[in-house]
Design a binder for this molecule. Structure first.
Ligand code: SF4
Ligand code: SF4
Length: 388
């Protein structure tokens, strides 16, 4: 039997897990379950039963259980559906942390990510200098040493979805924003580590270092591209290091503000019919639903057509919670399901989302499954409308 003294934090959740009355209302919400033949242990309810078994010593930690606990995108849709208000996603993150502490977790793919972040400051193991390669495509842009606004590009937009970094900087320049970036000094925010139970390096190192580097630039406002970075800075870091000395905005917030302040004006129309996908870590986790929609609605000519499953009820793209890195095929299948089940039936030809991680997974899904829909970052849509 497992030594329970090694699971003190999870033990704190025992009472909470007990309120799970096994009703199963969370089951249809889970993006993983439907792709796993509705197996109970792949459902939120099943995961709660497994974790309860671990806490009460009725189950021994095993690789099979670890697998089930990591088959979760931490999308939080189950929480929306739960009549008992159980934060299943949070409990899963804590369980991952506890399983990591006794070294049976995380899965190998997540261990490798952790070591790459440790050695290269990004989860892909790419050279640090390549973090600013996209800047070369953005015609020798000179940025000040210090500025009021700091654009936190994030690993995903720096290395994998560079169009997002380029279009975001184009918009900031167009609006004459006094901004800078950390450039080669930027590192990983640690989001993937927090979500996969590898909390300690973020608590002991990355949160403090990142906040110090940003503060040293005299920053008043931090703007992020990735929904995961946004959640990490706005929700996790304050829990770890206390109140931050700057405000944290997602780029959709910031563009909404620029439009309100008339620093961005759309002079020409953009005849386009689009639908919008809410990233889980922006929407359900932090409650940002209106800002990106307000940006889309401000563009003359663009028609926003909502999917049935939207806002709090938005189905996950499948990329988050470490699922893409450990279970790539499953993750892409979930993205394809979102497109086929929700976007195509409303006749959407373009899906807009404000998160490079969602974009990456959706684009992979369109290629793998031959789905005819264009995936656009919100900043790309804004650039098209501004003709920049
Ligand atoms: S957080 Fe999402 S993926 Fe995880 S159990 Fe809940 S519904 Fe399923
Ligand atoms: S909806 Fe909530 S109470 Fe019902 S089975 Fe799921 S986690 Fe348990």
């Amino acid at each position: 039997m497992m030594d329970m003294s090694k699971l003190p934090i999870l033990k704190d959740y025992e009472e909470k897990i007990y309120v799970c009355n096994r009703c199963g209302f969370c089951r249809p919400a889970c993006p993983v379950l439907s792709q796993k033949n509705m197996e109970e242990t792949a459902s939120p309810r099943g995961r709660m039963s497994l974790i309860y078994g671990l806490i009460t010593n009725e189950l021994k930690p095993s690789m099979t259980i670890v697998d089930k606990i990591y088959l979760c995108t931490t999308c939080r849709y189950c929480y929306v559906k739960c009549p008992a208000g159980l934060e299943v996603d949070r409990i899963i993150e804590v369980a991952r942390y506890e399983l990591t502490k006794i070294t049976i977790a995380p899965p190998e793919a997540h261990k490798i990510i952790s070591s790459k972040i440790d050695n290269y400051n990004n989860p892909f193991g790419e050279p640090q200098f390549d973090r600013i390669k996209w800047l070369q495509r953005e015609s020798a842009m000179k940025l000040p040493e210090k500025a009021k606004v700091l654009y936190w590009v994030g690993c995903m937009a720096s290395y994998r979805v560079q169009d997002t970094a380029i279009t975001t900087t184009k918009i900031l320049r167009h609006a004459n924003v006094d901004f800078t970036i950390l450039g080669t000094e930027e590192g990983c925010c640690g989001s993937v580590l927090l979500r996969t139970g590898q909390r300690n390096p973020v608590v002991n190192k990355y949160a403090r270092i990142n906040v110090e580097k940003i503060s040293a630039k005299g920053v008043e406002t931090l703007v992020t591209s990735c929904a995961g970075c946004f959640r990490t800075f706005s929700k996790d870091y304050p829990e770890i290091v206390g109140d931050l000395p700057f405000e944290v905005l997602h780029v959709s917030h910031y563009i909404e503000r620029l439009i309100k302040d008339r620093r961005i004006e759309f002079k020409e129309g953009l005849p386009m019919r689009v639908t919008f996908h809410d990233p889980c870590h922006l929407g359900r986790h932090v409650g940002v639903y209106d800002a990106p929609r307000n940006v889309i609605k401000a563009i003359p000519g663009v028609e926003l057509v909502e999917m049935v499953n939207t806002r709090e009820e938005a189905r996950c793209c499948g990329a988050g919670g470490g699922l893409r890195s450990a279970f790539r095929e499953l993750s892409i299948t979930i993205a394809a399901h979102r497109l086929k089940a929700d976007a195509l039936p409303i006749g959407a030809k373009v899906l807009v989302t404000p998160c490079p991680f969602c974009i990456l997974n959706f684009e992979d899904a369109t290629k793998v499954y031959g789905i005819g829909i264009d995936i656009l970052d919100l900043t790309e849509l804004v650039c098209k409308a501004l003709r920049i």
